[in-house]
Design a protein around this ligand. Sequence first.
Ligand code: MTE
Ligand code: MO
Length: 197
Amino acid sequence: MAFATRGFSGHRRTPDDRLPPGQTLVQRWPVLSAGPTPQVDTDTWKFVIRDESGTDHHWNWEQLLALGVEDVTVDIHCVTHWSKLDMPWRGVRLDKLFANVETEFEYVMAHSYGGYTTNVPLEDLLDGKAWIAIEADGAPLDPEHGGPARLLVPHLYFWKSAKWIRGLTLMPSNDPGFWEQNGYHIHGDPWREERYW
Ligand SMILES: Nc1nc2c(c(=O)[nH]1)N[C@H]1C(S)=C(S)[C@@H](COP(=O)(O)O)O[C@H]1N2
Ligand SMILES: [Mo]
């Protein structure tokens, strides 16, 4: 079990320390989707990383799981002011998917089944900071929470954690995704309250 609590330094921090400015704790997990829930089947599920050479690195469901799944317990923070602490997740670290991807580009556009997009700097996805999550709270991800697989980037506001993830495209510049084009912050660090711009 790996813990990826922000600023983790060997001792348990109190909930207040772990609540970014302007956030309120919730116990139940809200559903926030900009559109209908796409039906995505693990039989046909495919995940693609596209680099600047036009090479597609792709995985089907079995190939994803074969990379190795891990359990992580993290806090999530939504820009609409709710936070949920100590959520147990299971997923594949993005480092494993990027292991054989060579790129000079520093930004990524995440694409979802259904058309949602969100931009993230590559450095926010590596070094154990992000996962392709397939389970939460000990069960396969519900479709409404992004099942069968979603991006999980817990140190950024939760809109960056694209549900129904389909792929990542490397980009030379930090182009805005769906919410970022509609007034959300280009980066979205909850500790700096990077909500809107
Ligand atoms: N594909 C997709 N991913 C998405 C969204 C969405 O509308 N579509 N909403 C985002 C927002 S704004 C939030 S707060 C979280 C909500 O995830 P949840 O419904 O599992 O709580 O998903 C993010 N990922
Ligand atoms: Mo959100």
